[in-house]
Design a protein around this ligand. Structure first.
Ligand SMILES: NC(=O)c1ccc[n+]([C@@H]2O[C@H](COP(=O)([O-])OP(=O)(O)OC[C@H]3O[C@@H](n4cnc5c(N)ncnc54)[C@H](O)[C@@H]3O)[C@@H](O)[C@H]2O)c1
Length: 256
């Protein structure tokens, strides 16, 4: 069912919307009337997302952002509020994912480990800190954090990434409890292995991809369009009483 009006009048920041899942979320929110800020470290990709949204009749702007920088995220929030009159929704999607190393935990590089935490965990914290003052002004707001099924399953060879996503699950629950009384709702989503370009780059060998599909109950490669409906629902007012949870969409990779 098409719901063309869920984000009308809403000012929405989507981090990491330059490509992959973030782009699909941003385009979906704009198609339902939201004014979208594409926040990405990659200017070319981010501006391309904006162009696609505008061409489709939507409203969007690009703000170059490195979420690991506190000043950068404060500037993102300032520009969003100045252009769109406030901030209603923050979708924390950006992460170090594309090109990450897969290796036994003893062989992971310390610099990679620190950067992974600086972007995925501190970056999410930075974005929340930067937008919450604007949400407090209005006494309302929604924050959706993207974790990963890896945090719940613990596949080998990705300890740095998996640990950051576990932190996102915990951060989501704790922040929901800190902000709930103020009318700011925090919740999260954990996609399974989703076939973005980044996933293809990481898995490289298509046979490896098939192994992940074989582990799912439903033997089909998960696509961004399979994940987006849940994420958009969590961003919307329809999910108004869903708080602090981490919802999995993974084709049945994780067994209850
Ligand atoms: N694709 C999957 O299988 C999968 C599974 C579970 C969770 N996820 C999560 O979903 C999100 C998107 O995944 P994807 O496959 O689209 O990844 P992707 O690598 O294609 O996209 C990530 C985006 O974030 C941006 N980015 C990276 N570092 C940044 C920074 N410091 N500041 C601002 N932007 C930055 C990148 O430029 C890129 O546009 C990530 O949080 C990822 O961890 C992905």
């Amino acid at each position: 069912m098409s719901r063309p009006d869920r984000f009308v009048g809403k000012s929405v920041i989507v981090t990491g919307a330059g490509q992959g899942l973030g782009r699909v979320y941003a385009e979906g929110i704009a198609a339902e009337g939201g004014s979208v800020v594409v926040a990405d470290i990659n200017d070319v990709a981010g501006k391309e997302t904006v162009a696609r949204i505008v061409e489709a009749g939507g409203r969007a702007m690009f703000v170059h952002t490195d979420i690991s920088s506190r000043a950068g995220t404060e500037e993102l929030a300032r520009q969003t509020a100045a252009e769109f009159g406030g901030i209603d929704i923050l979708l924390n999607n950006a992460a170090m994912y594309d090109g990450m190393a897969m290796a036994p935990f003893t062989e992971l590089d310390e610099t990679d480990w620190d950067r992974m935490f600086a972007v995925n965990v501190r970056g999410t914290w930075n974005c929340c800190k930067a937008v919450v003052p604007y949400m407090r002004e209005r006494g309302t707001g929604t924050i959706v954090n993207i974790a990963s099924t890896t945090a719940l399953i613990g596949p080998p060879l990705l300890l740095h990434y998996t640990a950051t996503k576990g932190a996102i699950v915990a951060l989501t629950r704790a922040l929901a409890n800190e902000l709930g009384e103020e009318g700011i709702r925090v919740t999260g989503c954990s996609p399974g292995v989703t076939y973005t370009q980044a996933t293809n780059n990481i898995l490289g060998d298509p046979v490896l991809g098939d192994i992940f599909v074989e582990m799912q109950a439903v033997k089909k490669k998960l696509q961004p369009e399979d994940v987006a409906p849940l994420v958009l629902f969590l961003c919307s007012d329809e999910a108004g009483m869903i708080v602090g949870q981490n919802y999995v969409v993974d084709g049945g990779w994780m067994k209850p």
